[in-house]
Design a protein around this ligand. Structure first.
Ligand code: FES
Length: 290
């Protein structure tokens, strides 16, 4: 470093004060709106199928369920409710005590995708700036001086790798949901393959989530970290291929993070709109079906 420069460099003081002349505030502001909307929407939908408070007026309690499209013989389950856990029903539901039957199925499972995104390195950067002003922006003064790093409650961020492992289990589950959605059936036992707009949404959701998960920094480290041999055997070459794939996806991790979040919410909204009479939508069958 050249002599004569005194650190720290002088900076304007006061929330948002800066010498920057670009529109640095646009990104964090857009992020507040985007993430804020997604969090509110997911919470609302997650609560909708529960039997408490005023949410009883919606979803199953109101006499119809908004979790899966069952009309026209198709079956498209919203990714916000998959794997579907209803106390007392199915193999997984039977493991849940009946006194939890007031809970929405989403409440049993959303902690994993929510935890995965909340501890993601990209999202951390985004929401530390957008919501916590830590920092407000590069070379922009923030409202407080203290910075204690990811200590205290934030050590929970270290669980990211474990959330990633769980998300690797989600991918085949969501793929199975797509498979179910192209197997049309009716009460008489008739079966035909078909593709609806709902099944396309589920397929794109799996692809988006796979792109996001396989580009995860933790996944990249798991498949390629600590290796100094890429060619010594079949396993080494496989690890190299996976690391290369992960690296390519990782370069666009921000895009995968934001677009996959949009798509999972859009898919859920489409299924919601096709199942709630208020909208009057039906799933558009594009090919085959009954
Ligand atoms: S770092 Fe973003 S999902 Fe792992």
């Amino acid at each position: 470093m050249s002599e004569g420069i005194k650190l720290p460099l002088p900076m304007k003081k006061g929330f948002g004060a800066t010498d920057r002349v670009d529109a640095w505030w646009k990104g964090p502001t857009a992020m507040v709106a985007y993430l804020g909307f997604m969090i509110v929407y997911a919470t609302w939908r997650g609560m909708m199928e529960s039997d408490f408070w005023y949410f009883e007026e919606f979803g199953r309690s109101a006499g119809h369920q908004t979790m899966a499209i069952e009309s026209q013989g198709s079956h498209a389950l919203s990714p916000l409710f998959s794997p579907l856990i209803i106390p007392g029903e199915g193999t997984m539901g039977s493991l849940v005590p009946m006194w939890l039957a007031w809970m929405s199925p989403a409440m049993f499972i959303l902690i994993f995708p929510a935890g995965f995104r909340a501890t993601c390195y990209y999202y951390r950067k985004a929401y530390y700036r957008a919501f916590m002003q830590q920092p407000t922006g590069c070379a922009v003064s923030k409202p407080w001086d203290e910075y204690s790093g990811e200590t205290g409650l934030l050590v929970i961020q270290n669980l990211h790798r474990y959330f990633m492992y769980v998300m690797l289990i989600y991918l085949p589950i969501l793929s199975w949901d797509f498979w179910l959605s192209v197997n049309f059936h009716d009460a008489s036992g008739a079966h035909e393959y078909g593709v609806s707009f709902g099944s396309i949404c589920l397929l794109v959701n799996v692809i988006m989530l796979a792109g996001y998960t396989f580009g995860c920094h933790a996944f990249r480290h798991v498949v390629g970290g600590g290796s100094n041999d890429w060619t010594g055997g079949a396993l080494a070459r496989l690890r190299y291929s996976m690391w290369k794939l992960s690296t390519g996806l990782n370069e666009k991790h921000k895009e995968w993070a934001l677009y996959s979040l949009f798509w999972v919410m859009f898919t859920d909204f489409y299924i919601y709109a096709c199942t709630d009479p208020m909208f009057g939508w039906t799933d558009l069958v594009l090919w085959g079906g009954l």
